[in-house]
Design a protein. Structure first.
Length: 269
């Protein structure tokens, strides 16, 4: 795998060693050849990571696959702008081919792309220029931050938000010590309701998963008489597990009919 990546980068072993040395990782072509050939069966994680990043500038998926092949787990850094752009391109048709609200998030719960049904849930036209302000915003902002006002759309917020936070806390357990997570929670504690709800939420997976009833979220949509009901469903993406697509699956006949009306407006029926 390392050899294939090096050849794809059009680098000789000598050139790869030179790049690593230029980045203050001391090695030579002979050492790299012994790793590629398997004569060194277990190079350190630091050595493999240096080859993949400083030397080969490999994308996240390739780095993950190589490190896992050596028995190492790649830490989950926040995606770079290039990786975000790649995921937006890669999953564009997955979003656009869905006839209900769906959006792309990374594992820190920042929203990076959405289909044309998401704006309609907010009471906006699909091409409304004001939607740009939501790019890179966290799901917690939309649920709690009064600056966005989206929290006012949740009609059953008193029952839904505690369940949402409990599930999010369990999902974020592997990243609880990451600086970005601490900064997000510290910022969120300044929003109404968040601090108290977060303090009460459990971090025991068995307790949370046992008590969770998959009750749909109810959203008040401007111009529609009754709230629409959806069941949020996460789909982890095989290409880069740091990204997920969140599907708001219509729940109930009324919401199904409304999604069909929107689909007809988009020429998808």
């Amino acid at each position: 795998m390392l050899r294939d990546l090096r050849r794809a980068a059009k680098l000789s072993l000598i050139e790869l060693a030179g790049k690593l040395n230029d980045n203050d990782f001391r090695t030579d072509a002979a050492h790299l050849q012994r790793i590629e050939s398997g004569r060194i069966k277990q190079p350190t994680a630091e050595t493999v990571e240096a080859i993949l990043t400083a030397g080969l500038e490999a994308p996240y998926r390739a780095r993950r696959d190589v490190l896992e092949a050596f028995g190492y787990r790649l830490p989950w850094p926040l995606p770079t702008q290039e990786e975000i752009a790649e995921s937006r391109r890669r999953y564009f048709y997955d979003l656009e081919g869905t006839t209900w609200p769906a959006y792309l998030v990374d594992f820190s719960q920042r929203i990076w792309a959405w289909n044309r049904y998401v704006p309609r849930v907010l009471g906006l036209a699909p091409d409304d220029p004001s939607l740009a302000r939501f790019t890179g915003v966290s799901v917690l902002d939309l649920a709690f931050n009064p600056e966005f006002g989206i929290n006012l759309q949740i009609t059953d917020a008193d029952s839904y938000l505690p369940r949402m936070l409990a599930m999010l806390r369990i999902q974020m357990l592997p990243h609880a010590d990451d600086p970005w997570f601490s900064a997000l929670i510290a910022r969120a504690c300044g929003w109404p309701q968040f601090d108290a709800l977060w303090a009460r939420s459990s971090d025991d997976p068995d307790e949370v998963l046992t008590d969770q009833y998959l009750e749909p979220i109810k959203l008040r949509v401007p111009g529609i008489a009754k709230p629409l009901r959806f069941r949020p469903t996460l789909i982890h993406l095989a290409g880069d597990p740091r990204f997920q697509i969140v599907h708001y699956i219509p729940f109930g006949a009324a919401t199904l009919r409304q999604c069909a009306v929107w689909a007809e407006k988009e020429g998808e029926l």
